[in-house]
Write a protein that binds this ligand. Sequence first.
Ligand code: HEM
Ligand code: NAG
Length: 255
Amino acid sequence: MAFSRTMLSSVVLALFSLVAVGQAQLSTTFYSSSCPTALSIVRQQVDSILASNPNLAGGLQRLHFHDCFVRGCDASVLLFSASSTNQEKDAQPNQNSLRGFQQIDQVNSALEAACPGVVSCADILAIVARDATVKAGGQTWPVLLGRRDGTVSLASEALAALPSPLLNLGQLIQNFAAVGLNASDMIVLSGAHTFGRARCGPVLNRLYNFNGVNGQTDPSMDSTLAANLKKQCPPNEVTTIITMDSSPNVFDRTY
Ligand code: HEM
Ligand SMILES: *[C@@H]1O[C@H](CO)[C@@H](O)[C@H](O)[C@H]1NC(C)=O
């Protein structure tokens, strides 16, 4: 049977209604009757997690970012399969880098004890990211709730969608445009690097092999910063941990 114009319009219409329904359901009060304590439970859990590990705030926030860039904010970053090592968390930008999985499980357990089967993991990631940022000194924002959890998680999609640290400005703008964010959004969101930590790996190229030239440092880098990073990250020192800035536990304006 030929694919008629009418069929095409009904398919398109159906798609739009799905999108419309999905969005209409999102609300800050989504759990106010099904799990009225959800938000306070998450906040208490985040408080206690950060009290014993204040350096994890950045890690918890980044989980939400890496979740949202791949298939939308659907908790696909959390999916674990005993038979696959090809899921989002196994992708190069995530492996040995994302932190806080165990703590997200802990928050989930607390919610399950109070309201079994109610709060989605995607919403947990979104609320935890907000609460961790606020606890670290950042401003708050309203979190729309009612996201559904996905069931598909592919390393290939994470690798394609997440921005590589080797991208230039134009490529970064393009990468964010792919998820509906513009250049201003990209710059503002990059301010998230005011807290948390990194490995030396992603900066080694700019310190010692810029543009593939052995020994060359990126000339556009602040020279004090470059010297400081070289001290912490000798050549080939891939896994050594460095801090994002001088106040890695605080969401502030030193960045
Ligand atoms: C603009 C493109 C971006 C690039 C290329 C980028 C790249 C990176 C890299 C390479 C690391 C260090 C990972 C490691 O060495 O293990 C990192 C860490 C981090 N990123 Fe980004 N990022 C970007 C955007 C964002 C955005 C939009 C957010 C959140 C809104 C974010 C939040 C963080 C946080 C909080 C950390 C520290 C994680 C921790 O403490 O475990 N980043 N990022
Ligand atoms: C980017 O989008 C935001 C929010 O939609 C808007 O306020 C801002 O003006 C836009 N910036 C650019 C450079 O288009």
